[in-house]
Design a binder for this molecule. Structure first.
Ligand code: SF4
Ligand code: SF4
Length: 98
């Protein structure tokens, strides 16, 4: 899935107090440039427990075609999914290394 980087609003266009007035706006933002490391799931070790999906604070883990996979547009690389994964199926790699 590709999502375009929206044009940032100028300070005069931002609502007072920086309030978010449009629900679901986070889905429009590609935050991949924020990340310094990325989770990679070893599907052979994954038990499909879904804990990474539950714990990801950005709802970046998706369940598709019988597999859990992080959506790299929304993953910020925090590593919480790795900590939640008991069988150690998730490895964090530095960006650009794999
Ligand atoms: S927490 Fe680990 S074992 Fe569980 S679904 Fe996620 S990757 Fe698979
Ligand atoms: S590294 Fe953080 S943001 Fe990325 S999938 Fe794991 S828990 Fe979610």
């Amino acid at each position: 899935m590709k999502c375009a980087r929206p044009k940032l609003k100028g300070w005069k266009e931002i609502p007072e107090g920086g309030t978010i007035v449009e629900p679901g706006s986070s889905i429009q933002f590609d935050v991949s440039a924020w990340r310094v490391s990325r989770p990679v799931i070893d599907q052979a070790k994954c038990t499909k427990c879904g804990l990474c999906w539950i714990y990801c604070p950005d709802s970046a883990i998706e369940f598709k075609d019988g597999k859990y996979e992080p959506n790299m547009l929304y993953c910020k690389g925090c590593g919480i999914c790795q900590k939640a994964c008991a069988p150690k199926a998730i490895i964090m790699f530095k960006e650009g290394k794999k």
